[in-house]
Design a protein around this ligand. Structure first.
Ligand SMILES: NC(=O)c1ccc[n+]([C@@H]2O[C@H](COP(=O)([O-])OP(=O)(O)OC[C@H]3O[C@@H](n4cnc5c(N)ncnc54)[C@H](OP(=O)(O)O)[C@@H]3O)[C@@H](O)[C@H]2O)c1
Length: 246
């Protein structure tokens, strides 16, 4: 379908080294885009397919997106950027997010770095009349009893998506996002690797299965495409119906 043909387009997926972001990156590559990804490990060879990372055909850069100076100082190897996907994210368990240090670290990675990356690439996105797509979480819509920083940071990303959309629409940049439900990645092994926790989680998902990175990629491709030309500031829940039941 021509609207989902990304040949000739350049895409950067921050957090594209693993899990959901990696699935998004490979989906753009499969549709012809030249795709760059950022992750935190020194080299592409430090990732493996067994862990949910397929870096084949992607341009990898090691860059800590929570380091604002590094983001500001990044010299892109591309002259134009059509799509920026901000998928970086982290979470801390065992009450760590109830400590100041734990809370602040998660907010730095999940929220502050999103703004830093958006600002860094605003000029290139405006030049191409491009799309910026955030990856928040359904956790941003409600309470998350063990993870105050994760929930607050994701609520912040949903809010930022609205505000940047309103502020930058006049530059020709469309800003939207997805809010994934429960997706099988290294981030969620704390649930998925435990059969009882997994069964409890599945019972709350009307689709009765976990989401996949490919499920998330479908929504992102739509939001990045001309099919979504008049969609602005929206965060699309991609969650198998999680949270539909009162
Ligand atoms: N899995 C779910 O159920 C779920 C649900 C809702 C939302 N999400 C969101 O989806 C996004 C992707 O998560 P995932 O589940 O795919 O987990 P994942 O496999 O751990 O992916 C997280 C990605 O973020 C990158 N990252 C983390 N800290 C970074 C930093 N400081 N600078 C640059 N990159 C950084 C990671 O790079 P390295 O691997 O190199 O460290 C990795 O590429 C996150 O924003 C997460 O909050 C996930």
């Amino acid at each position: 379908m021509a609207d989902l043909d990304f040949r000739g387009k350049t895409v950067l997926v921050v957090g594209g080294s693993s899990g959901i972001g990696n699935g998004i990156a490979q989906a753009f590559r499969a549709r012809g885009a030249d795709v760059h990804v950022w992750g935190t490990r020194p080299h592409a060879a430090d990732y493996s397919v067994a862990e949910g990372s397929d870096l084949a055909g992607l341009h990898y850069t090691a860059l800590d997106a929570s380091d604002a100076a590094a983001v500001d100082g990044y010299e892109p190897p591309f002259a134009a950027l059509d799509v920026l996907v901000l998928c970086q994210g982290t979470v801390r368990y065992r009450r760590e997010e109830f400590t100041r240090a734990g809370f602040e670290r998660v907010v730095e990675v999940n929220l502050h770095s999103v703004m830093a990356c958006a600002l860094r690439f605003r000029g290139l996105l405006a030049a191409s009349r491009g799309a910026l797509i955030t990856v928040s979480s359904v956790a941003g819509y409600g309470a998350n009893i063990g993870n105050p920083a994760y929930a607050a940071s994701k609520a912040g990303v949903i809010s930022l998506t609205r505000t940047l959309a309103a502020a930058w629409a006049a530059d020709g940049i469309r800003v939207n996002g997805i809010a994934p439900g429960l997706v099988d990645t290294k981030l969620t092994q704390v649930t998925t690797a435990h059969p009882e926790r997994l069964q409890r989680a599945l019972a709350g998902i009307p689709a009765r299965r976990l989401g996949t990175p490919a499920d998330m990629a479908g929504a992102v491709l739509f939001l990045a495409s001309p099919l979504a030309a008049y969609v602005c500031g929206q965060t699309l829940r991609v969650d198998g119906g999680l949270g539909l039941q009162a």
